[in-house]
Design a protein around this ligand. Structure first.
Ligand code: NDP
Length: 255
């Protein structure tokens, strides 16, 4: 009988941008659910530090430092994993950056940098993963969207465009790859306590706005995302395709 459990034993998970923040929390949880991990980021020292702390937790970890926006580096990283016999069963496209600036002051270079890191990367890394998952007839792709996959706020135009794009890229992946046994889904985190939001959490006005605007009246903790990630990475979600699941304390549900 097919196994529809949350157990990830025997699977390999590549989580981009997992040297810290949400990616680290997701990787750690997938590891504790049984997966072998491939940890990524651009800062080699930070990746090694994170890998050591995951290993100290008893997890199986390999590091792969590459820039998710650089097609050549991504292809090389997958080729190296192939040569080592490592098959990526679960891909979490999580790496991302934020840039806060009014749109009228934004340069094209800044626009491209945010779009490349938050959206184009998911295409590049997703395509390399899918090229290997399709012949195996199975795979899980989890794209990290945002509240901004469906809502907008001032000063973060390229981020909003990229995260909206992540929602539709997830549907496009589903249209082309679901028939090959790949489930592509997205997670839309709300306001979470990570480095990316340090400037916001230490701004009393913004902090108060988040708490007032979120029905659960608080910021989210990275650990609160991981149950959804394990679900979407496991056989428990084998008939869930092309969805975005918001983990946001209810913010996307109310105005
Ligand atoms: P952090 O800034 O804490 O961490 C970002 C991670 O991405 C780091 O590991 C960083 O590693 C990596 N990274 C950045 N650029 C690249 C790149 N070009 N190539 C490879 N790795 C890269 O961010 P969060 O954990 O807060 O965010 C993670 C994801 O969740 C992002 O996609 C973000 O948009 C999304 N999200 C976050 C929310 C939040 O409230 N925090 C809310 C909604 C969505 P290094 O520094 O080594 O490059």
């Amino acid at each position: 009988m097919q196994d529809y459990s949350f157990d990830l034993t025997g699977r390999t998970a590549l989580v981009t941008g997992s040297s810290r923040g949400l990616g680290y929390a997701i990787a750690r949880a997938l590891g504790h659910a049984g997966a072998s991990l491939v940890i990524n980021g651009t800062n080699t020292a930070r990746i090694e530090e994170s890998a050591d702390s995951l290993r100290a937790d008893g997890l199986s970890v390999r590091t792969a430092a590459f820039d998710v926006t650089n097609e050549k580096s991504v292809v090389e990283a997958f080729t190296t994993l192939d040569a080592e016999g490592l098959k990526v069963d679960i891909l979490v496209n999580n790496a991302g950056i934020q840039l806060r600036k009014p749109m009228i002051d934004l340069s094209l270079e800044e626009w491209r940098s945010v779009i490349d890191t938050n959206l184009t990367s998911a295409f590049i890394v997703g395509r390399e993963a899918a090229r290997r998952m399709i012949p195996r007839g199975r795979g899980k792709i989890i794209n990290i969207g945002s509240l901004m996959s469906g809502l907008a706020r001032p000063t973060i135009a390229p981020y909003t465009a990229a995260k909206g794009g992540i929602k539709m890229l997830t549907q496009a992946m589903t249209a082309e790859w679901a028939a090959h046994g790949i489930q592509a889904n997205a997670i839309g985190p709300g306001y979470m306590l990570t480095d990316m939001n340090q400037a916001l959490t230490s701004d009393p006005q913004f902090d108060a706005w988040v708490k007032a605007r979120t029905p659960s009246r608080r910021w989210g903790k990275p650990e609160e995302l991981v149950g959804t990630a394990i679900f979407l990475a496991s056989s428990a979600s084998d008939y869930v395709n092309g969805q975005i699941i918001y983990v946001d304390g209810g913010m996307s549900a109310v105005i």
